[in-house]
Design a binder for this molecule. Structure first.
Ligand code: CTP
Ligand code: MG
Ligand code: K
Length: 180
């Protein structure tokens, strides 16, 4: 029962998890802030690019479309009713994850953290908060049905573990500059 909840929560958040990793692989090119400063610091920094953000969002939406096809056959094979993603829900999760990460960079720069500096807690949950908030705004009925209290609790507990693990792997294979 708990395993089912964890699998369902992970599935429902995949279109929010994958965009950040896709952005790391696709990143580069023009920064979103165009190099702008606020006081003596950058607004967002060179780590938030148009290309990374666009590719991350598109990958998340495409993944959601693929999950929609797989949900019924895979769900019946493992005896779970896996959620599918309406377009507004998929967009909300993917774009919201990117927006949450961008908002965190804004907070990092304002609090004097250089690009790439760790911000424990915020680094692990920024994209979750962004993804869930925008899913609830873009597709409220779907989000309420999908992200029940139990699913939300699992997401908040499991995501930081996944995030830390994924980033260590990304660092070890050379895809990321820092292991966080
Ligand atoms: N990236 C990107 N666009 C985004 C998010 C990430 O291009 N919207 C790419 C950048 O190349 C970035 C890398 O993914 O350097 C790692 O992402 P992240 O750790 O979020 O950025 P940092 O470089 O650590 O910068 P910050 O301190 O602002 O988080
Ligand atoms: Mg970083
Ligand atoms: K980040």
């Amino acid at each position: 029962m708990v395993v089912g909840l964890v699998v369902t929560a992970f599935w429902a958040m995949l279109p929010a998890y994958v965009p950040n990793n896709a952005a790391v692989l696709a990143g580069g090119g023009r920064p979103i802030d165009g190099g702008r400063m606020w006081g003596d610091r950058r607004l967002l920094g060179d780590g938030k690019t148009w290309r990374g953000t666009a590719v991350g969002t598109l990958v998340g939406i495409t993944l959601a479309a693929g999950l929609n096809v797989a949900a019924a056959p895979l769900g019946s094979a493992i005896g779970l009713s896996l959620p599918t993603f309406p377009p507004a829900g998929a967009l909300g999760l993917a774009a919201g994850a990117m927006a949450g990460d961008i908002a965190a960079s804004f907070l990092k720069r304002r609090s004097g953290r250089a690009r790439g500096a760790a911000f424990p807690g915020v680094d692990q949950l920024d994209f979750v908060v962004g993804a869930l908030l925008s899913a609830f705004v873009f597709a409220p009925g779907w989000a309420q049905a999908t992200f029940t209290l139990g699913v939300l609790v699992v997401i908040v507990v499991v995501t930081p573990v996944l995030h830390v693990g994924t980033n260590i792997v990304a660092y070890l294979i050379g895809a990321k500059n820092e292991p966080w």
